[in-house]
Design a protein around this ligand. Structure first.
Ligand code: DX5
Ligand code: ZN
Length: 226
């Protein structure tokens, strides 16, 4: 049974205090930290790259950096992110023509490999072979590019479809997820939960993390009983 993993998106944190913000989240119960890397090409915005991730990895020993690569040519950054201490390299399926080779390249650098799909990409674009090769599948519930957007509910059936084909895989949702929208995500079978605004914007982030986690674990137990 896939376990709940909460991955707060540091895009909603105070970048001036990034290592302290990451430590605060881990103390609050987060298993992973979601690092949104944007290159100004695949998406219009620019956020952070390997030099910043490297500082975070040195400043927060043992951190699991869930790197969401919103970049064109994702093949180009595998070595830099691995050298910076990335734990999981999640690329967009829309950005590559050879996802299977890219997964091999990521595994060759001892990182887990994730495959992300944007709202307009069907879940069937993730073939059985590709899904088996990947360690995690990411269903975006907003258009990639910025934090604080509204959750797009029509993306949720893609989670159910993937959960049916890949019962044991880590399936992540990202975008507009929080206590109000976690229910449908958890019921559909996602177990890795990204939340930026909902966690960093809360007066008690620890409590939000615990609600998200409990909702996922209850849904997973229900799914396992079926
Ligand atoms: C959007 C990013 C998300 C975003 C989530 O492009 O991939 O990770 O930061 O932020 P919220 O939870 O605020 O929608
Ligand atoms: Zn993200």
């Amino acid at each position: 049974m896939p376990r709940a993993i909460i991955s707060p998106s540091v895009l909603a944190s105070d970048f001036g205090q990034l290592t302290a913000e990451c430590k605060r989240m881990i103390k609050g119960g987060a298993e992973w930290l979601h690092m949104d890397v944007m290159d100004g090409h695949f998406v219009p915005n620019i956020t952070m790259g390997a030099p910043i991730l490297s500082c975070v990895s040195k400043g927060v020993p043992g951190i699991f950096m869930d790197c969401h690569m919103m970049v064109a040519e994702p093949e180009k950054w595998v070595d830099d992110i691995a050298d910076a201490g990335g734990s999981l390299y999640c690329f967009h399926l829309e950005a590559t023509s050879d996802p299977l080779s890219l997964i091999d390249q990521i595994h060759g650098r001892n990182m887990k490999a994730g495959v992300a799909i944007s709202p307009d990409t069907p879940s069937t674009a993730i073939t059985d072979d590709l899904g088996e090769a990947a360690d995690m599948l990411l269903v975006m519930t907003v258009y990639p590019g910025r934090g604080g957007q509204k959750f797009i509910e029509r993306c949720v059936p893609k989670v159910s479809e993937l959960r049916t084909r890949f019962p044991d895989k880590d399936i992540e949702v990202d975008g507009g997820v929080g206590p109000k929208t976690i229910g449908v995500c958890a019921d559909a079978g996602s177990n890795v939960i990204v939340a930026g605004t909902a966690i960093f914007g809360a007066s008690n982030p620890e409590q939000v993390i615990s609600v998200l986690k409990a909702t996922v674990n209850e849904a997973q137990a229900r799914i396992a009983r079926k």
